[in-house]
Design a protein around this ligand. Structure first.
Ligand code: XIL
Length: 312
């Protein structure tokens, strides 16, 4: 059976997964599948600010360096995730006076991007900056810096690594809806102002009960702005316990996500947010739901794995 990455290659599409660095270090079966199957890898948590700079001014690059070494050894490109977000920030940030937050954020963005200059394919520069209604989310960044922080973040990142592709990334923006309209208006404006933004990532944390229906149209409108797109964090959860009917429904959702990407000329990569249920974040975050990956807890392929292969 050829690996997913080989099946995807003729389409010019990179297949990716989020990687749990603990599992990567400790579980040989987990490690082998990441190494074999995927073209691109995203650290599930290790490149978030709280992990990189737990104490102000003291960066801990070790785990991330190991991750980059793994990717390089396996010919994989890295999606950097993520620079500007309201979650998983270091605790010390709460003690920074508001008038210093701009400098602190700029330093964080540029220190991190420079550290991995030339080694990150796509950066999720800003993550989850919108509310469901399409307005900007009320975060520490919006409050302290105003809406200009988004353009600034892209400019800072671009200055630090002019070759990296810079993405805006969010969830529940798969369909054409109020939230994706908000994102669309923002990125169109950034493009118009020549802000260095190169792509939009749709996370695609889906459930079989709320599967996106208009992803192709939505990706197409971003594509038409000349931007890249990517599916960055696909998973499809079901109400537990799963059963064959739910697994089949899940396969159909994965298939539709992949097809949307294949239909979009500048869709660069399709990344699943963990490929096996063994290490999935879903049961810990969505009560009563899980089994969201393409392999089960024993690394056995589900219909979703077959569906992706059939469509490639
Ligand atoms: C999740 C990780 O998978 C979990 O391990 C962690 O506890 C919380 O964050 N959107 C994102 C990701 O952009 O960074 C999140 O990852 C899932 C939702």
């Amino acid at each position: 059976e050829p690996p997913l990455r080989r099946l995807a290659a003729p389409h010019g599409l990179a297949l990716g997964t989020a990687v749990d660095l603990t599992a990567l270090a400790e579980d040989p079966a987990y490690r082998a599948w990441v190494a074999e199957q995927f073209d691109t890898v995203t650290a599930e948590n290790a490149m978030k600010w709280a992990e990189l700079e737990p104490t102000r001014g003291r960066y801990e690059w070790g785990p991330t360096d190991a991750f980059f070494a793994f990717a390089q050894a396996n010919g994989q490109r890295v999606r950097g995730h993520t620079l500007v977000w309201h979650n998983q920030n270091p605790a010390w940030l709460a003690d920074v006076p508001p008038d210093e937050l701009g400098d602190v954020l700029k330093t964080h963005v540029q220190t991190t991007v420079r550290r991995f200059k030339g080694r990150v394919w796509q950066w999720d520069v800003v993550n989850e900056a919108f509310e469901d209604d399409g307005t900007l989310r009320d975060t520490v960044w919006l409050r302290a810096l105003g809406p200009g922080y988004l353009a600034d973040a892209f400019r800072w990142a671009h200055e630090a690594d002019p070759d990296a592709l810079l993405f805006y990334n969010d969830y529940d923006v798969e369909d054409v809806n109020a939230k994706s309209d908000g994102v669309y208006d923002l990125v169109r404006e950034l493009v118009r102002q020549d802000v260095p933004i190169h792509g939009v990532g749709v996370q695609a944390h889906c459930s079989v009960r709320h599967a996106p229906t208009t992803l192709p149209e939505n990706l197409r409108r971003f594509d038409a702005l000349g931007l890249h797109t990517a599916v960055t964090e696909a998973d499809v959860r079901v109400a537990l316990p799963s059963d064959p009917v739910k697994s089949q429904a899940q396969a159909n959702v994965y298939r539709s996500l992949l097809r949307a990407c294949l239909l979009t000329p500048r869709c660069l990569s399709f990344t699943v947010w963990g490929y096996t249920d063994k290490y999935s974040w879903v049961p810990g975050w969505f009560e009563g739901e899980g089994a969201a990956g393409i392999l089960d807890e024993n690394f056995a392929a589900k219909p979703a794995d077959r569906a992706l292969r059939e469509d490639l």
